[in-house]
Design a protein around this ligand. Structure first.
Ligand SMILES: NC(=O)c1ccc[n+]([C@@H]2O[C@H](COP(=O)([O-])OP(=O)(O)OC[C@H]3O[C@@H](n4cnc5c(N)ncnc54)[C@H](O)[C@@H]3O)[C@@H](O)[C@H]2O)c1
Length: 438
């Protein structure tokens, strides 16, 4: 199939590469010329395990190409995926300017049937707006061309995006026409050879499904964070509680880890956008309001613990921070809790040296010279009063504790990801503060 992917970020690039991998003829469009230049030279602008090889392989086979030409992109694909950003607007709603601009471009240049597939996370009713924008452009050109509109929200997780796309647990398709449904079924057949994973529904329900999924996951995180904070007050251990409830199949073990709050490019903006959508319809989503409040407090949790230990004035104190990315296996720094932790420490007069295996170049764009950066985890510890952990990278799971103790001014760790066993840490001579652990 001839496919165009509009927007070559995390979602667009993964979508384009995976669709090319199974034999499609894919053209990825982005308006950012630097991104396209990097991609054309065989590099990739983001860190995502396995993606660079896949992009290179399919580019070499001429199944995956990149362009900044809107005209060429619209002309190429019978299927036009929209995978542009939907960042939060000032009022918390999803900013649809990029989606609408992409739609207008399609209407401006199409000269035959197109199946327009929205993969961006967009509020209910956006498909109607996209349809109207394309129709308006066609009318302005004096043309009457047929096109279909599909909502196909993306559920991939950064850090495991290739695996998620190649072996999805479900593919949600919101479509009103039989032709569109059939084309989507055909397109996704190679990704579901084992059993059917397509869940077909109406467009508005598909749009809402994406927000419902992210809101549910964010709720689980805030629930566990609040419970962890209570466990500390009650002298109980959240890790034991987690296992005790996770064993119930109605609850399950996934997404029950307390920590330093959720971040990333999706949960914060999607929870906020869903609340906003509800408000526009005269409804207050009280549960999600609480989820956001708990999360905002949790992002301060580690700094509060530091403050309890050292006092409110941290002038002259220096801290090592392991982990900058909002989660492991990505360089994405959007809404990363590490940023709140760094802000909190700096505001109290402390200095920080941070280490992250892949996110330092992204962090530098946001933090510049406000902190120092280390080339490896151990180098970050030099002269630090304590180690703080903000991201659960694998390489932090079993470090050389003797070496850590030797480098820190005092054997003190504030672990925002519960990586270690408190009893074992005590035996090693550490003062160890985790989240909700005894
Ligand atoms: N990142 C994730 O893990 C994830 C997962 C599921 C869904 N989503 C959703 O997918 C969408 C894209 O997210 P992302 O993280 O890939 O964003 P991103 O910011 O990484 O990429 C978006 C890209 O679109 C480009 N762009 C903007 N307007 C354009 C236009 N008119 N024509 C061509 N290109 C244009 C930008 O230059 C940018 O490169 C969002 O709605 C997001 O909520 C993201």
């Amino acid at each position: 199939m001839k496919i165009t992917v509009v927007g070559s970020g995390y979602v667009g690039l993964v979508t384009g590469a995976c669709l090319a991998e199974v034999g499609n003829d894919v053209l990825c469009l982005d308006l950012d010329p630097r991104k396209i230049a990097t991609l054309r030279e065989g590099g990739i602008p983001i860190y995502e395990p396995g993606l660079e090889d896949m992009v290179r392989r399919n580019a070499a086979a001429a199944r995956l190409r990149f362009t900044t030409s809107v005209e060429e992109a619209v002309e190429h694909g019978t299927i036009q995926f929209i995978a542009v950003g939907t960042p939060p607007g000032e009022d918390g709603s999803a900013d649809l300017q990029y989606v609408v601009a992409a739609a207008r471009n399609i209407g401006r240049y199409m000269d035959g049937y197109k199946l327009v597939v929205d993969k961006s996370t967009v509020p209910v009713g956006t498909a109607d707006r996209v349809r109207a924008a394309i129709a308006e452009e066609l009318t302005a050109r004096g043309l009457k061309l047929h096109f279909d509109m599909v909502s196909n929200p993306e559920f991939l997780k950064e850090g495991a995006a290739i695996e998620d796309f190649m072996r999805p647990d479900r593919i949600v398709i919101g479509a009103d026409s039989e032709q569109a449904r059939d084309t989507m079924r055909q397109l996704y057949r190679p990704f579901q050879r084992n059993h059917e994973r397509l869940i077909v529904m109406d467009v508005r329900s598909a749009e809402l499904t994406k927000y419902a999924a992210n809101a549910m996951l964010a709720t689980r995180i805030s629930f566990m964070n609040e419970l962890a904070n209570l466990a500390e007050l009650l002298d109980a251990d959240i890790e034991q509680v987690r296992q005790g409830i996770g064993a119930d199949p109605r609850i399950g073990y996934h997404f029950l880890y307390p920590g330093v709050g959720y971040g990333g490019s999706c949960f914060p903006k999607d929870v906020s956008a869903l609340r906003r959508t509800a408000a526009e319809h005269g409804m207050e989503m009280q549960l999600l309001g609480a989820v956001e409040q708990v999360n905002a407090l949790q992002k301060q949790r580690l700094v509060n613990k530091v403050e309890r230990h050292f006092g409110a004035d941290l002038c002259g104190r220096h801290f090592a921070l392991w982990g900058l990315a909002f989660k492991p296996n990505t360089d994405d720094m959007r809404e990363a809790p590490s940023l709140d932790i760094i802000d909190g420490l700096l505001a109290r007069g402390a200095t920080v040296t941070a280490y992250d295996p892949v996110a330092i170049h992204e962090a530098k764009k946001l933090l510049g010279e406000r902190i120092r950066y280390a080339a490896n985890p151990m180098a970050a510890l030099d002269g630090a009063d304590a180690l703080l952990i903000a991201t659960e990278w694998k390489e932090f799971r079993s470090p050389d504790f003797e070496a850590i103790r030797a480098k820190l001014r005092q054997p003190l760790i504030f672990d925002g990801r519960n990586l270690y066993e408190p009893a074992a840490m005590r035996e090693l001579g550490f003062d160890y503060e985790a989240i909700g652990r005894r």
